[in-house]
Design a protein around this ligand. Structure first.
Ligand code: C5P
Length: 225
C-alpha cells in the first residue's frame, strides 16, 4: 500500500506522516530530507545556489543513504549521519533553491521511485508525491493550514532548536515559501484526486486520527466489514 502526504511548509505534514506510518507500522519516506541532503552538500562545497550546473553536479555525485523506518527517515551523506544537520534554517533556504532545479528533481524522483519499489508499502511525504512521483498511490492526502498557524508552529520548532528568530520573520519565510511552492506545485496537483486535510484548528493527534481513519476506510476496510 502506498500513502502519500503532500502539503505546504509547516502544515504539520511531516510529524503527521511519521505518526501515521508508526500507527500503521509502515516505513516513512521523507522526500524533503533528500532535497535537504543535496542542499547540505551544496552549502558544504560552497557551490553558489544559482549555479544550476554545479548544484546538479553535487546531486549526481552525492552518496546518500536513506534509512526509512516507521518512526523516522535517517539520512547519511558520504557516510555521515546528517539527519539533524539538514534541519537548520540555512539548509531549509538552500533546499528550496535546489528543489527548483528540474534535473535535480528528475534525479531525486528516480531515487524516490527506486526506494518505493524496494519498500513496497510505505508512507511518503513531500510536495509532489501523489501527483508526480507515485500517481497511483492508494491514498493521497494534501495537508494545509493557515499561514499564521504554520508560522507559529515553525517558530516553536526553531526556538527548540536554538534559532534566534521572531514570529514576523518566520511568517515572512512561510509566505515566501508558499509563493515559491505555488509556482512549482499548483499545476501538478490534480484537484479532487487527494483528500484535503486542513490542520489549522486541529491538534496533532486529531490530524493523525483523521488520516488513519481515511486510510482504514479506503484501504484496510474498504467495504466496512
Ligand atoms: O518538506 P521539507 O521542508 O523538508 O522540504 C525541503 C525543501 O524541499 C522544500 O523547499 C520543498 O519545497 C522541497 N521539496 C520538494 N519536493 C518534495 C519534497 C520537498 O520540492 N517532494
Amino acid at each position: 500500500m502506498i500513502i502519500t502526504l503532500d502539503g505546504q511548509a509547516g502544515s504539520g505534514k511531516s510529524t503527521a506522516a511519521r505518526k501515521l506510518a508508526a500507527r500503521l507500522d509502515m516505513p516513512y519516506l521523507d522526500t524533503g530530507a533528500m532535497y535537504r541532503a543535496v542542499a547540505y552538500r551544496v552549502l558544504e562545497e560552497g557551490v553558489p545556489l544559482d549555479d544550476t550546473a554545479g548544484v546538479l553536479d553535487v546531486a549526481q555525485q552525492l552518496d546518500m543513504q536513506l534509512d526509512c523506518g516507521p518512526t523516522h527517515t535517517r539520512v547519511r551523506v558520504e557516510g555521515r549521519d546528517v539527519s539533524e544537520a539538514i534541519r537548520s534554517l540555512a539548509v531549509s533556504g538552500a533546499s528550496a533553491a535546489v528543489a527548483r532545479v528540474q534535473p535535480v528533481r528528475d534525479l531525486l524522483v528516480r531515487k524516490q521511485r527506486a526506494i518505493g519499489k524496494k519498500l513496497g508499502s510505505f508512507v511518503s511525504e513531500g510536495r509532489d508525491q501523489g501527483s508526480v512521483v507515485f500517481p497511483r498511490a492508494d491514498v493521497k492526502f494534501v495537508v494545509i493550514a493557515d499561514p499564521e498557524k504554520r508560522a507559529q508552529r515553525r517558530l516553536e520548532e526553531l526556538h527548540t532548536e536554538g534559532e534566534d528568530i521572531t514570529f514576523d520573520e518566520v511568517l515572512t519565510h512561510v509566505v515566501e515559501r508558499d509563493a515559491n511552492d505555488a509556482r512549482q506545485w499548483e499545476p501538478l496537483l490534480d484537484p479532487g484526486a487527494a483528500i484535503v486535510v486542513d490542520t489549522s484548528d486541529m491538534t496533532l493527534s486529531e490530524v493523525v486520527d483523521t488520516l488513519e481513519s481515511h486510510v482504514r476506510e479506503r484501504v484496510v476496510d474498504p467495504v466496512g466489514a
